[in-house]
Design a protein around this ligand. Sequence first.
Ligand SMILES: Cc1cc2nc3c(=O)[nH]c(=O)nc-3n(C[C@H](O)[C@H](O)[C@H](O)COP(=O)(O)OP(=O)(O)OC[C@H]3O[C@@H](n4cnc5c(N)ncnc54)[C@H](O)[C@@H]3O)c2cc1C
Length: 422
Amino acid sequence: MPSPADAAPPLPTLVVGAGIIGVCCALALQERGLSVTLIDAKEPGQEASFGNAGCLAASEILPMAAPGLAWKVPRWLLDPLGPLALRPGHLPALIPWLLRFLRAGTPQGVIAATAALAPLADLSWRLWPELARAHGLAGDIHAQGTLTLYETDAAFQADAAARRVQAEHGIVSEILTPGALAEREPDLAPIFRHGVFHPRYAHVSDPAHITAKLAERAVARGAVLVRGRVLGIERGAGRARLRLEGGASLEGARVVIAAGAWSGALCRALGHRVLLESERGYNTTLPDPGVRIGCPISSAEGKFMLSPLDIGLRIGGAAEFAGLTAPANYRRCDALLTVAKRFLPGLRDAGGSRWMGQRPSTPDSLPVIDALPGDGAGVLLAFGHGHLGLTNAPGTAAMIAALACGETAPIDAGAFSLSRFA
Ligand SMILES: Cc1cc2nc3c(=O)[nH]c(=O)nc-3n(C[C@H](O)[C@H](O)[C@H](O)COP(=O)(O)OP(=O)(O)OC[C@H]3O[C@@H](n4cnc5c(N)ncnc54)[C@H](O)[C@@H]3O)c2cc1C
């Protein structure tokens, strides 16, 4: 008779994708005593989690879709290097997503999405300092708030409704006059009529470093890191199998799909509909910018972001819908730099490095945090974080760990279900 010592070790939880979401899920699952195998086609954190703006944007609780936005889109699309671009060849595939995006921008859609995003942002804001402290990264989080700049009264007034909604959810802001702005940020050009400061906002030293370090910590705690591209998932009774490119396979007790913008294909192969698009963003990081800003700064009219990371000033933004495989158009980086030079007249752009990343975006700006229905081993979903994956990673991970253990999630997960796309 086999002794207890001969019993096979429990099967691991297989986490597909080692971006910030997969890595945080791995750590949260380990906290619950589960063993983890982390699978990625690349080294951890080489996709969207690598070069994002590095902001823990806890004050960002409104969805991207908004009433009236549809009327601005044609003007933006006319400018090939403007804040929004759509490659014509990708339009047919994008139509279902776009129609849902328009629906998400109704007043009711915005209220519903904000009611779901606010608790996730709050949970994650509370968990980030704990996570950072637990893994030796406390010095990599700079809680210095954020500034939004307005060149026109019209843009400032247009954001009044959003500020009211934020205030209703406890997100305070401080309105700054041009004089107060100049005192706070002396390197800015004196072209702004209004500024709004949000204290509930932080930025990290370097998002690539944070993701790599957290992945290292998961491995140090026993996670197995497998380099490979997952082609399919098979669900059996009490166990799941991943098919990898090259013919290998992996077996686990359950699977977490945290493959960022690539998660849609894995869900669809399991027979589930999902509206997920790659929303590309671009930036340039300047190691020696010659100017200093005290916190991340965004432009209301220019739709871009300046992030004072430890590795340099990162200038980026834009939303480009072109699918997962189209080549990057780095002229977008240059266009953003040109606008930034008007904001920061002393800006030096020597030695800048350009980057494009694929945000995993849903039309309602809500991530998918859910368990697939059906018999067989559990398949948990943790993707679709759009502009806020770094911000909302620890909250997502806490919810996935609760789902894996059959516990009640720390916040209501209803709005994050995959079935909203059925
Ligand atoms: C320009 C820009 C600025 C941004 N700024 C911010 C910001 O300031 N704050 C913020 O919160 N968010 C920001 N974001 C969004 C944020 O970067 C993303 O939401 C987040 O990185 C998504 O993390 P992820 O782990 O889901 O995806 P990813 O980081 O893309 O990771 C997915 C991983 O899955 C792997 N993978 C995919 N398919 C497979 C497969 N079949 N088999 C194996 N592995 C696979 C990939 O190799 C990748 O490593 C920004 C994004 C961009 C583009």
